[in-house]
Design a protein around this ligand. Structure first.
Ligand code: CO
Ligand code: CO
Length: 277
């Protein structure tokens, strides 16, 4: 059944004022865990493969096809999404593979170039039957530097969406990527202003640095797609580290990957329930 396009799961989330969890897949264990978490929570989910993860594997197709297979047999709608693509040929590959959406990240470019590059990708995605997310107001941290100071201006965001035809917009409201502690305070007034000004669903990147209560407030203020990668990575790696520390002679990788998969499935399910209350 249930491979979905991004807009198919965003629209009902916006209508009922809940969040849509978007979690990053690094290996097949992540895809298995997040599909199971969504089934347990009874919610849709977005399984994201970033351009950095593609670089790690050396190709998009193997990890994408495994993720698409898992998504297609899930009992809830699952979107397989290419995250933070800057390479247009990778977008074409995602279209050919049948992913549900692409996030094209031209946010470091000057405004006019971001608009032109994003509009071209959006057109290709729509022709190929995919939805497209873009970013305005560079959200820091992907270079390892925490720059949570960037802010997206509501009027510019509205104009950007109109000029590009994008289906969802990532905005800078106080988060930064790759945060390993959950203590960020978001600019909730700006989220409300963006939600009022922008005609498409908003996306929060760098949500790993945001504590539970603040995630709930972000959704209430008008955030819909909530991207969480580093926090779940933390949970996965803590589990592996603990298992290996307790079992120094362990050899079978399944014996430490299995508990780590269970740990991120439980945490992802908890986050999906939190965002869907
Ligand atoms: Co991001
Ligand atoms: Co609303």
């Amino acid at each position: 059944m249930t491979l979905a396009r991004l807009t198919e799961v965003l629209a009902p989330a916006v209508a009922s004022g809940v969040g849509l969890g978007a979690f990053n897949v690094f290996s097949i264990e992540h895809a298995e865990a997040f599909a199971a978490a969504a089934e347990a929570a009874g919610t849709p989910v977005v399984l994201q493969i970033s351009q950095n993860a593609v670089r790690y594997h050396g190709a998009l197709a193997p990890i994408a096809q495994a993720t698409l297979t898992l998504a297609g047999s899930a009992a809830v709608p699952v979107v397989v999404h290419l995250d933070h693509a800057t390479d247009a040929s990778l977008v074409d590959e995602a279209i050919a593979l049948g992913l549900g959406s692409v996030m094209f990240d031209a946010s470091p470019m000057p405004y006019a170039e971001n608009v032109a590059a994003t509009a071209a990708v959006v057109r290709r995605c729509h022709e190929g039957g995919l939805d497209a997310e873009a970013e305005l107001g560079e959200i820091g941290g992907k270079d390892g530097v925490h720059a949570a100071g960037a802010r997206t201006r509501p009027e510019e965001a509205r104009a950007f969406v109109e000029a590009t035809g994008v289906d969802a917009l990532a905005v800078a409201v106080g988060t930064s990527h790759a945060m390993t502690e959950r203590r960020v305070a978001l600019d909730l007034e700006l989220i409300s202003a963006l939600h009022a000004a922008v005609p498409v669903p908003l996306v929060l990147h760098g949500s790993s640095g945001v504590p539970d209560e603040e995630l709930v407030r972000a959704v209430q203020a008008g955030m819909t797609k909530i991207n969480i990668a580093t926090h779940l990575n933390h949970v996965f790696t803590d589990s592996v580290r603990a298992t290996l520390a307790d079992n120094p002679s362990m050899v079978d990788s399944r014996k430490y990957l299995g508990p780590a998969r269970d740990a991120i499935a439980a945490e992802a399910e908890r986050l999906l329930r939190l965002m869907n209350q």
